[in-house]
Design a binder for this molecule. Sequence first.
Ligand SMILES: Nc1nc2c(ncn2[C@@H]2O[C@H](COP(=O)(O)OP(=O)(O)OP(=O)(O)O)[C@@H](O)[C@H]2O)c(=O)[nH]1
Ligand SMILES: [Mg+2]
Length: 422
Amino acid sequence: MTLREELTEQVVRIEEMLEKVPEPMARKLREHLGELRELLLEQRPPRFVLVGRRGAGKSSLVNAIFGEPVAEVGHEKATTARGTWWSYEGGLGTLEMLDTRGLQEGSAPEEASADEDAQQSIARAIEEKAPDALLFLIKAKEIDAAVDGDLDGLEVVSQQVRERYGYRVPLVAVITHCDELEPKNVNLHAPDDEDADELQEKLARVRRVEQDLAQKIRGRTALRDQLVGVHGVSAYQSWRRDGTRRADERWRVEELLDFLLDELPEQARVEFVRLSQVRGLQHRMADRLTTVVSGITAGVALTPLPLADIGPITSLQVSLVVGIGYVAGRRMELRTAGEFLGALGANVGAAMALREVARGLVKVMPGFGSVVSAAVAFAGTRGVGRASAAYFIDGVSTEQAKELFKKARRDARAEYEREHEE
Ligand SMILES: Nc1nc2c(ncn2[C@@H]2O[C@H](COP(=O)(O)OP(=O)(O)OP(=O)(O)O)[C@@H](O)[C@H]2O)c(=O)[nH]1
Ligand SMILES: [Mg+2]
């Protein structure tokens, strides 16, 4: 059985079990299960629509997200990859992009038919798949009167999404080439080497163009509500022929990705974090998975049913290990994840024994036992999540992971009991 099948089966079993569980407990558990389903079982690549003039840096942004040269930078033929969803494949994941290049370029009469083609093909692509966000790219030095033409293009696309899918797609404006603002000699990507005053001057210019652009976009009633952020970046990287990187002048790209993650639907988040390989994002995602899964295991432990046993709890913990490993860029066998759990000392036997102890207590102290066993399940899962994140994302040793597991479990247990004491 694949992980997905295994986890699906587990989720289905717990969902069935929930039919016999009283609300509000069932409701809470159902919510967590829904999140887990979306995050791990229904995952898919993120989909962005790119709007931006020729040379704005659309391909460079794609490469900046991956940290690898997956898109061709510079002079592509004007016809490539426009008006169709394009899958960019990195070593660790896929991003789907719709390049609308040409859409916003004013239609000279003799080009009217070609221009219509651009619009039609974009409309067709949007008909085919709903985008998660609209990225508007513009060079820092080109935020001028011509922006109106770009905004017309943005309006067209966002209206198409609204008509087809009935929602307002989030719009994120990305100001590229910020490194080219004055003072030119100041390197934004290496701020420690720069004169503090000159650096401040440059950063103030970035803020000003961000404000300018935000104001221009908010001036359009059709776009005002959709604008979720304006981010100045530098996306510049260059590669040698052999594929090794020659220069990395990316600036504030990680902040942009952190921001974009919040705008994505659950289904697209795990893939986005995996392919970007940004450690901060990986930790955010690992924490999220840990919270969701520890909530579910606590709920399962609380359910007054024979099925509420160690089986689902352990396999949910195994899934958590695999999920965090995946976010960190690995692909793991279930057995490997099980072995990792064993190495932590988070083994089934110990948890089972604790459960027996808890069961014994219920008999003498009604109402106490369920809190104890839920706390045990919650704390154990939290411990597993923390240890997995440290091991797979930060690369700590098994010994260190084991220590972290114990500490996190202790802390989580105290936290759970504090929150659930009457
Ligand atoms: N200095 C600097 N150069 C950049 C930045 N982003 C892109 N470039 C450069 O700008 C040029 C155009 O970048 P592309 O990524 O090819 O632009 P594009 O929007 O994909 O262009 P088309 O596909 O032709 O529409 C390339 O030479 C990039 O190296 C940036 O933030 N700073
Ligand atoms: Mg390009």
